[in-house]
Design a binder for this molecule. Structure first.
Ligand code: SF4
Length: 471
């Protein structure tokens, strides 16, 4: 029986969430095809004879692309059943069912996918799989099968501060998260639970990606230090087997400060940079998001990493219902003062809070807030309007500027200068001279990280033009 696994978009990473179920299904002798639409064309012929087509929805942008391609898939494969799985599937089940999906699974989906495929092959009833499933059961992970995915050099690469590029292998050591940040799309699905991939499987995955040309390993866990001992043991094994190979991970500010001994160990073991979801420097906003850190903690974590020679790449959600123009200017000034201009991907300066179904932000009094609009099923999020129209206008202007400037190939300091001018002039002020001083360069991925954000219209059109054929 033929099964097609599809990833619409995953910020330049070779998707573990295709490679892992592919391994499970091949073990059961299913004929599995993987398509990563971020790198491969939409070939109608691939759907011929498929019995199940399963689409992974890990990101908001990817989920919206999936909604665009599902009608085409149904047309090309009228006899196949369609399944969606991953973070954005269970919270949007009604919408995806309305598009023709029969099966909806959550984040820990491998065993459900395998059982469904077995039932379809044996022609057993599949009624039990038709209700939305959001299993958090521990999966017995095996070495992911990456053989039918595009080569690693087709994915995001690492750009070093000196301009050299490295091929990147993307590895996951955990899924889910033990925290409950109120804006995070992981929380409605995992509800404070995380699951561990065994060290042996992680090492097998690293080995196969190193053999496939990886020169740097990027740990793509939502937070690498959810299981600090697990992370430490992985780095010990990884560095003993591939000494000197650089790596990066995503670690929250709170964990950076709570696990300094591990961070010191990482620094002496070739950790190149840490992506950290700082989100805001306004304590009121950080409280709303229940981020678990305050402004001062961010500065302390930055100082810690710098003292150890690790670059921090902070990410932000600068546009929220609680943003003020003054607060946004304060953020820009802090980025200059902290010499982070080259460490912050310009898209981070334009990100607007995403409110997906199930977001904890709407568990509170905000459910009745004046700024909150209706749920927009096509946008897969609640609409919201800032109480101060100037803030929304500034967000749109900055988003447009960043997109245009990046398309024109402007460097980060020039883009930042444009953002600075826009932010100051939004209420008619004369922008003060921007003295950037020495802004160190940091290593960065060729495709910037963003997650808890609405993709812009241009981002959507760029991704979808690359992905979806004209009809
Ligand atoms: S924002 Fe980060 S730390 Fe918070 S719940 Fe999400 S993944 Fe976990």
């Amino acid at each position: 029986m033929k099964v097609v696994l599809i990833s619409p978009y995953e910020i330049g990473r070779q998707p573990f969430a295709l490679a892992e179920p592919a391994a499970w299904l091949k073990q059961e002798d299913f004929d599995v095809e993987c398509i990563d639409l971020a790198n491969q064309p939409f070939e109608p012929s691939i759907f011929a004879d498929a019995r199940l087509i399963a689409i992974h929805l890990i990101m908001h942008a990817g989920a919206r692309l999936a909604a665009e391609i599902i009608p085409q898939i149904s047309k090309e494969a009228p006899n196949a059943s369609i399944c969606v799985y991953g973070l954005y599937a269970p919270v949007n089940d009604a919408y995806f069912r309305s598009l023709g999906c029969e099966y909806v699974f959550g984040g820990e989906a491998e065993s459900d996918l395998r059982s469904l495929c077995q039932a379809l092959r044996e022609k057993h009833p599949t009624d039990e799989f038709r209700l939305t499933r959001n299993s958090l059961d521990k999966q017995e992970f095996i070495t992911p099968d990456r053989s039918s995915l595009p080569a690693l050099d087709q994915y995001a690469s690492l750009r070093l501060a000196d301009g050299r590029e490295k091929t990147v292998g993307f590895v996951e050591t955990t899924r889910g998260c033990k925290h409950l940040c109120r804006h995070c799309p992981i929380v409605p699905v995992y509800a404070g639970v995380f699951r561990v991939v065994s060290i042996d499987v992680v090492m097998q995955d690293i080995r196969q990606q190193m053999a496939a040309g990886a020169q740097h390993i990027s740990f793509g866990d939502p937070d690498f230090l959810n299981g600090p001992g697990h992370a430490r043991r992985i780095i010990e094994r990884f560095q003993s087997e591939f000494p000197g190979t650089s790596w990066d991970a995503t670690i929250k500010v709170e964990h950076l400060l709570a696990h300094t001994k591990h961070i010191e160990y990482f620094a002496t073991n070739h950790c190149l940079f840490i992506t950290s979801a700082v989100e805001s420097i306004e304590n009121q906003v950080l409280e709303e998001l229940e981020k678990g850190h305050e402004e001062a903690d961010f500065y302390q974590a930055l100082e810690l990493l710098r003292s150890l020679g690790i670059s921090m790449l902070p990410t932000f959600v600068p546009f929220t219902p609680w943003t003020t123009i003054e607060g946004y200017l304060r953020l820009l000034k802090a980025i200059v003062r902290l010499r982070l201009v080259n460490c912050v991907a310009p898209v981070q300066l334009s990100i607007r809070l995403l409110l997906p179904h199930g977001t904890r932000l709407l568990e509170s009094e905000h459910r009745h807030a004046d700024w909150l609009g209706e749920f927009d099923s096509q946008m897969l999020g609640y609409q919201w309007t800032h109480p101060d129209p100037l803030v929304d206008e500034l967000q749109v202007r900055i988003q447009d500027w960043v997109m245009d400037a990046e398309q024109d190939g402007l460097d980060r300091q020039k883009i930042f200068t444009g953002v600075w001018k826009l932010a100051y002039s939004i209420n008619g002020s004369q922008p003060p001279a921007l003295i950037q001083g020495v802004q160190p360069h940091a290593p960065q991925m060729s495709e910037p990280w963003y997650c808890c954000a609405e993709p812009t219209a241009l981002q959507m059109s760029q991704i979808s033009t690359a992905t979806i054929p004209a009809v």
